[in-house]
Design a protein around this ligand. Structure first.
Ligand code: ASP
Ligand code: MG
Length: 444
């Protein structure tokens, strides 16, 4: 059994859905297929939730109409049989009516979760029916019947496993099962979600729950690249990454992968393959426990970082000072990414600023606080990267770019620097040139 996940672009048009179908029938191993919503649909649903929040009934109607038309157009183009076509369009209308009923309720987190997860429901319904209509037999599973995720950070895989086995036993046996990414049931049994981009995570949770041979994540790029291809020319896909490397890259900005994706499969040693729907022959990236090559592998960047400098003479020679500061962040459920210290000051970074005002107020009781927004963490990743003989070259960046913080040696696998976001692209390009475009062999 393997798990295949297809992202928004892969399921974003009729043409692409045909490509997905070809991938599914290219071998006859048993598969669970996890699908995202069509590209743009979840964003549209987020806007719909805003419409609900502001009671904008006109916009709600317009939004729902657009959603219905988009999915009915796909049915029109995919389904040959006229009767089936109109039957499916009726089912879509039914789902849209269900959503409309939700929109008349008062805004709440629960309504938000219900609404924004509809994109996956609409798409998987159509795709499953389409496959059956052309003789690719499959069974559609409702993820809400088995994705019981009490804690998004630490899902109980055994619980999902038991539920999913039960669902599979009750269903007709099939070579292909289709299900929705992103959606889950929370500790109260209510509909919830795995955060934006969470379908990747759905796939690895299912992979771990079923002890799959592998999990394949199909996107619109041929694997994880050594630098951000949106900003840097001449990037290349990385053929092998360890779970640690992939987790660091995903956390520090590599958009291709949801940051928590690999965590469910690490202990079970299930490989994760990143593949390109538009070039299925391309090797992509294999993420596993094996280290094929040590040293520098990739660079990524994470935006919207806030740097906080905390300065106090009382820190001089005082013990327990850092604990007091960390406690404040802990009390406000705010995690810290980077830290550097001097004898009288500490600088740290956060990306969630929702409680920043309270945090600052608290710390200002005993220290001077300076805030700098719009920064980016540039992260240089690879097993034992700090021992890579070429890593020193990255410090040449100091000659050209004002670097706000550097974190070296926190782990062997990551060197991070903090720059103003306006310097992000030049930094990425400079590092690419220095670290990858010169003759470079990792020597660890
Ligand atoms: N459709 C959801 C999103 O856009 C989940 C996903 O695509 O992974 O965030
Ligand atoms: Mg994604």
């Amino acid at each position: 059994m393997k798990v295949l996940k297809f992202g928004g672009t892969s399921v974003g048009s009729v043409e692409n859905l045909q490509k997905v179908k070809n991938i599914l029938i290219s071998d006859d191993e048993q598969k669970i297929v996890v699908c995202s919503a069509m590209s743009g649909v979840t964003d549209q649903l987020v806007r719909l939730v805003e419409n609900i929040r502001f009671g904008d009934t006109e916009a709600i109607t317009r939004n729902l109409h657009r959603l219905e038309t988009k999915h009915c157009d796909v049915i029109d183009q995919l389904i040959e049989d006229k009767e089936l076509r109109s039957e499916l369009k009726d089912s879509i209308s039914f789902l849209i009516t269900e959503m409309f009923e939700l929109t008349s309720q008062k805004y709440s987190e629960a309504i938000n979760s219900k609404v924004i997860t509809y994109g996956e429901t609409l798409l998987t319904f159509i795709f499953s029916k389409f496959l059956n209509s052309i003789g690719v037999n499959n069974v559609l599973l409702d993820a809400k019947d088995f994705m019981f995720v009490d804690s998004v950070e630490n899902p109980n895989i055994d619980k999902v496993s038991k539920k999913l086995h039960k669902v599979l036993e009750a269903e007709i046996k099939s070579q292909i099962y289709i299900t929705q990414g992103f959606v889950c049931k929370d500790e109260n049994g209510e509909i919830n979600h795995l955060k934006r981009g969470g379908s990747d995570y759905t796939a690895t949770i299912i992979g771990a729950a079923l002890q799959a041979n592998e999990v394949q994540i199909w996107t619109d790029i041929d694997g994880l690249h050594n630098n951000d291809p949106r900003y840097v020319e001449e990037t290349h896909p990385i053929s092998h990454l360890t779970y640690n490397e992939a987790a660091e890259l995903a956390y520090f900005g590599a958009k291709i992968l949801h940051p928590q994706t690999v965590s469910p499969v690490v202990d079970k040693d299930i490989p994760v393959l990143l593949k390109n729907t538009f070039d299925p022959q391309a090797a992509g990236t294999i993420i596993s426990n094996r280290t094929y090559k040590k040293g520098l592998k990739a660079i990524s960047a994470k935006d919207d970082i806030t740097a906080i400098k905390i300065k106090s003479n009382r820190m001089l020679m005082a013990h327990g000072y850092l604990r007091r500061i960390f406690e404040v962040f802990d009390n406000f459920h705010t995690s810290i990414d980077m830290i550097t210290t001097s004898e009288i000051a500490i600088s740290l970074t956060i990306d969630d600023t929702s409680n920043l005002d309270e945090i600052v107020k608290e710390i200002e009781n005993y220290a001077e606080v300076t805030i700098e927004q719009n920064h980016s963490i540039i992260c240089i990743v690879g097993e034992s990267v700090i021992n890579d003989r070429n890593s020193y070259k990255l410090f040449e960046v100091l000659n050209y770019i004002p670097v706000r913080m550097i974190s070296y040696g926190g782990s062997n696998n990551n060197i991070s620097i903090l720059v103003d976001t306006k310097d992000k692209i030049p930094t990425l390009r400079f590092l690419n040139e220095k670290l990858f475009n010169t003759h470079h062999e990792a020597l660890v």
